[in-house]
Design a protein around this ligand. Structure first.
Ligand SMILES: [Zn+2]
Ligand SMILES: [Zn+2]
Length: 194
C-alpha cells in the first residue's frame, strides 16, 4: 500500500512513500516552474522485469518548455541478472544516462503535425498532469540491460549434454565430441544395440 506522505506543492512533485520506506516520485507537470526541478533521491524498483539489489540513485533535472517536459540526468543502479550461459545469478552495476522529452499524449490524438528536431533525445508521452518517475527510470534501465547478460566475459557456461557448470568443474562430454574416431565407434555401438 502506498501512503501519501507529502505534496510538495510549489516545487512540483509529490513523493509517495510506502510503509517500508521506499519512495516513489510523481511529477505534477502543471506545477513545474520556469526554474525547473532537480531530483536527487533513492528509488526502489521491484517489478517482474527488473530487480535491483539496492535502491537506485536518481539524479535528474526536469524542465518544461510549453507542453513538453525534458528529463535529463543519470540513474545508478545495481541490477540483479541471470547469466545467459551458466544461469548463475549476479548483479551488475549500471550507470544510465537519461535524456528524454515527454510530449502530451493528447498531441498524438489531435493529429497535430509534430516534428522531432532533436534526435539525441528519446521520446515519451505523458497522460494527464502526471509523470511517473519510477516508470521512466524502469524503462531507461531496461533499455540498457544487455539482451544476453554474462556473469563474466569468460563464462564457460553449462555443458549442453550433462548440464555441468563448466566454471566449477569439467565433464567428459566435450572430449567425446572432439574425437571423430570415438564418435564413429559410438555410432556403431548404438546401432548394435538396436
Ligand atoms: Zn555465467
Ligand atoms: Zn557434460
Amino acid at each position: 500500500m502506498w501512503l501519501f506522505v507529502f505534496d510538495n506543492g510549489p516545487s512540483g512533485f509529490v513523493i509517495i512513500t510506502s510503509s517500508g520506506g521506499a519512495s516513489r516520485v510523481k511529477i505534477v507537470i502543471s506545477e513545474i516552474t520556469d526554474e525547473g526541478l532537480d531530483l536527487d533521491y533513492e528509488e526502489t524498483i521491484g517489478t517482474e522485469a527488473l530487480t535491483l539489489t539496492v535502491p537506485a540513485r536518481v539524479t535528474l533535472r526536469i524542465e518544461k518548455v510549453s507542453s513538453e517536459v525534458f528529463v535529463k540526468g543519470t540513474v545508478r543502479a545495481n541490477v540483479a541478472l541471470q547469466c545467459s550461459r551458466c544461469l548463475g545469478k549476479f548483479s551488475k552495476e549500471m550507470e544510465v544516462g537519461v535524456s528524454v522529452v515527454y510530449h502530451p499524449l493528447e498531441e498524438l490524438k489531435n493529429e497535430e503535425k509534430h516534428e522531432i528536431k532533436d534526435d539525441e533525445l528519446d521520446m515519451g508521452f505523458y497522460q494527464g498532469d502526471e509523470l511517473d518517475v519510477q516508470e521512466l527510470i524502469t524503462e531507461q534501465i531496461l533499455l540498457n540491460v544487455p539482451m544476453k547478460p554474462l556473469c563474466s566475459e569468460s563464462c564457460r557456461g553449462l555443458c549442453p549434454k550433462c548440464g555441468t557448470d563448466l566454471n566449477v568443474r569439467s565433464c567428459n562430454c566435450g572430449l567425446r565430441e572432439t574425437d571423430p574416431r570415438l564418435e564413429i565407434l559410438k555410432k556403431l555401438l548404438d546401432e548394435g544395440k538396436e
